[in-house]
Design a protein around this ligand. Structure first.
Ligand SMILES: CC(C)(COP(=O)(O)OP(=O)(O)OC[C@H]1O[C@@H](n2cnc3c(N)ncnc32)[C@H](O)[C@@H]1OP(=O)(O)O)[C@@H](O)C(=O)NCCC(=O)NCCS
Length: 356
């Protein structure tokens, strides 16, 4: 069995419709100034298609970058908390759309930590069970779930997908150490109570999606939880903060990211930050940021990339990647989303009408 699991392909798919903070202020009691200063977000994308479409395009782009076809994939993991359907998994829809007919498939729901959880699972399955080409896709259509009358959550999230292909390797690269956890005692801090089998589907307000959300509590726990997991990862590898080349944190709030960088004494120039363009896309934030670092030529062979995330659960995780030798894609995919002829506000108009 291989000792290491290298990332050899990457791709992203961001839906085209942009909702700016000013757009939001036309339907909510909020402002560009408030959203930017409290979260760092300027705009986000709103998907006109199901999450499996975003995932399928991102997945095909990652496969092309690694020089493979969909039928070469033997395991497909979709990290999402906004599935197309509960039965079957989103991964099954993605398998069908991509034509990845030879893949075992499953969804992994660890909220915004889903990508790090999936990378640990994929690495372990390559090392212990002999899988050869594992496609991980972090994909979310969170705007579909938002209650557009709740300004504290509606302004924070967006849609998108990012994917990586992971393969066995003899070189010391890929995910070298990771730690995952969950603070279930605080799960009410981010909870969608009226959806799922714990609820009564025959009452009128079922599926109204009035998310229960305690932003301050999550903020506090996020910085502390990520810092704890990072310390364990660095200790495992015998490394210090100085050995980190780039931090790729979950993008939930620019102030959380700055606090983390401060805590680690790593300058913001070494931290991936794209929340201004996309908001919080949950399990997609880390793979999308990774893709953009590669597109910008910021990742070199041998770089140490520290991932850190937290999310609904309240899950948390950190991992250290040593980057392998591929920094340019082998090929480009021609996969595209169906065209979108609506503005973001038009896509959301029905949801806004029903919850406003
Ligand atoms: C949500 C978050 C941006 C709020 O920032 P904050 O500085 O803690 O702001 P507060 O919650 O203290 O709210 C301050 C005020 O702004 C108001 N407010 C909340 N949302 C607003 C909005 N969209 N526009 C304008 N005002 C808003 C509040 O009502 C409150 O008013 P009050 O002081 O009169 O009560 C921040 O706590 C956060 O990012 N939390 C973590 C993010 C997260 O949980 N992501 C999901 C999990 S990964």
């Amino acid at each position: 069995m291989a000792k290491f699991a290298n990332i050899t392909g990457w791709g992203k798919c961001m839906p085209p419709a942009v909702m700016t903070n000013d757009d939001m202020a036309t339907v909510l009691d909020t402002s560009d100034e408030w959203i930017k200063s409290r979260s760092g977000i300027s705009e986000r994308r709103v998907s006109h298609v199901p999450v499996s479409d975003l995932a399928s395009v991102a997945g095909q782009r990652a496969l092309a970058a690694a020089g493979y076809q969909p039928e070469d994939v033997d395991l497909l993991i979709v990290a999402t908390c906004t599935p197309d359907t509960v039965i079957p998994s989103t991964a099954a829809h993605v398998q069908k759309k991509m034509g990845a007919a030879n893949a075992a498939v499953f969804d992994l729901n660890a909220g915004c930590s889903g990508f790090i959880y999936s990378l640990e699972v994929a690495t372990a399955m390559i090392r212990a069970a002999g899988y050869k080409r594992v496609l991980i896709i972090g994909a979310e259509r969170i705007t579909w779930f938002l209650n557009w009358s709740l300004r504290d959550t509606a302004v924070l999230f967006g849609d998108g997908a990012g994917a990586v292909l992971v393969e066995p390797s003899d070189e010391e690269c890929g995910l070298l150490a990771s730690h995952l956890g969950c603070e279930g005692d605080a799960l009410e801090a981010l909870l969608l109570p009226n959806f799922g089998t714990a609820g009564n589907r025959f009452v009128d307000d079922y599926a109204k999606f009035d998310v229960s959300f305690d932003g301050r509590e999550i903020f506090r726990r996020a910085v502390r939880g990520m810092a704890q997991e990072i310390t364990k990862v660095l200790d495992d590898l015998g490394l210090s903060n100085d050995d980190i080349d780039i931090i790729i944190p979950h993008q939930a709030n620019a102030r959380i990211i700055e606090s983390l960088a401060n805590h680690l004494s790593v300058p913001m120039s070494q931290v991936a930050l794209n929340i201004q363009n996309y908001g919080n896309t949950s399990a997609a934030t880390i793979p999308v940021a990774l893709c953009e670092l590669l597109e910008d030529g910021r990742i070199k062979h041998g770089n140490r990339l520290l991932l850190a995330a937290f999310g609904a659960g309240l899950t948390r995780g950190a991992g250290m990647i040593r980057w392998g030798d591929r920094v340019t894609p082998l090929a480009q995919s021609d996969a595209e989303l169906p065209p979108c002829d609506q503005t973001a506000l038009e896509i959301m108009s029905e949801a806004i009408k029903h919850t406003g």
